[in-house]
Design a protein around this ligand. Structure first.
Ligand SMILES: [Zn+2]
Length: 318
């Protein structure tokens, strides 16, 4: 290819040639965005059409498109009206296939599974649910998925949507708890005493509480029965004393101890990182919000902020 004749004032893409560099095959160019940059002559108008701002804009557009996909269309988004349905799907798979699930024994453990169609494809499950009486407006426990034959899998043929009380009656053997001579299922007790069913369940199974205790907070002596003291500078010291003396919360101290922090480090006052806020689509957000809600990476944002750049790595105007 013949060598091009580059002259000051010529324009390639966003670049305007200003002057040739001395002793180097490069030109000083001005970009439409205002940046000036030295660029190799053989790249100008061939590989390079801007100072780099064009590429960044393209990436920015791609990123925004991806986020829109991810956060507007997906039912896993908390704002989605199908959020509850999405989690129902997740829960039923977990009951059947995750041995760590707290009711796995009653499902997967008994050989109950989810049909392949549903297991592998949320959309198929959703289509069935919507066509078969799933209600957007039902809340929490008001409506749940029920297997007609409790010994068969989750599948379109064996499932229906029912309100919570129908389901309790149909259970293979409803789990009943007797308190002061009255017998009810956990769901019913929850309604009668106004305590969340998962709380009652945890108190019953994990902490072995019975009777009236089930409806009252777990006493500290029970909750922390396994560890009320920690080793501090070679001595067994009650957790409560350390918390009081050093002004640290119980939860923080226990968490640190579990993480292997000891002695002086264990009781150090927590340092709070200053909250950094950055602009995104015209609003200010903290870095953790940006990461949680819009899929940014924390380290990237911290670096960009430290360099005075915006969330996409562009110079902040003005
Ligand atoms: Zn530029």
């Amino acid at each position: 290819m013949r060598r091009r004749d580059l002259k000051p004032g010529q324009k390639y893409g966003r670049l305007t040639l200003l002057s040739k560099a001395e002793n180097k095959p490069c030109w000083l160019c001005r970009c439409d965005c205002g940046n000036e940059k030295v660029i190799r002559s053989d790249a100008i108008g061939i590989r390079t059409f801007s100072c780099g701002c064009y590429g960044r804009e393209v990436l920015e557009q791609q990123h925004k498109r991806k986020l829109r996909q991810k956060y507007k269309d997906l039912d896993s988004n908390k704002d989605s009206e199908y959020y509850r349905l999405y989690h129902t799907w997740g829960h039923l798979k977990a009951r059947c296939y995750n041995p760590n699930n707290n009711v796995y024994d009653l499902y997967g453990g008994r050989g109950i599974g989810v049909c392949d169609e549903w297991r592998n494809d949320y959309q198929k499950f959703k289509d069935w649910a919507v066509a078969n009486g799933w209600r957007k407006d039902a809340k929490g426990m008001e409506q749940s998925i029920d297997r007609i034959d409790p010994n068969k899998d989750y599948s379109p043929e064996n499932c229906r949507w029912t309100d919570a009380s129908t389901q309790a009656l149909n259970k293979r053997s409803a789990f009943l708890i007797n308190v002061n001579g009255e017998t009810h299922s956990i769901t019913e007790w929850s309604r009668i005493r106004g305590v969340d069913p998962s709380v009652i369940r945890r108190r019953y199974h994990k902490y072995g509480m019975r009777g009236e205790q089930l409806f009252h907070p777990i006493p500290r002596s029970v909750r922390y029965a396994d560890r009320n003291t920690v080793v501090f500078h070679g001595k067994e010291v009650p957790v409560v004393d350390l918390c009081r003396e050093y002004g640290i919360s119980d939860a923080t101290l226990r968490y640190r101890y579990k993480q292997g922090w000891r002695d002086d480090k264990l009781v150090e006052k927590p340092k709070h990182k200053p909250v950094i806020k950055m602009e995104y689509e015209g609003k200010m957000y903290s870095i953790s919000e940006l990461c949680k809600n819009f899929g940014f990476k924390e380290t990237t944002l911290r670096r960009r902020h430290a360099r005075g750049l915006d969330v996409y790595g562009n110079k902040i105007a003005g």
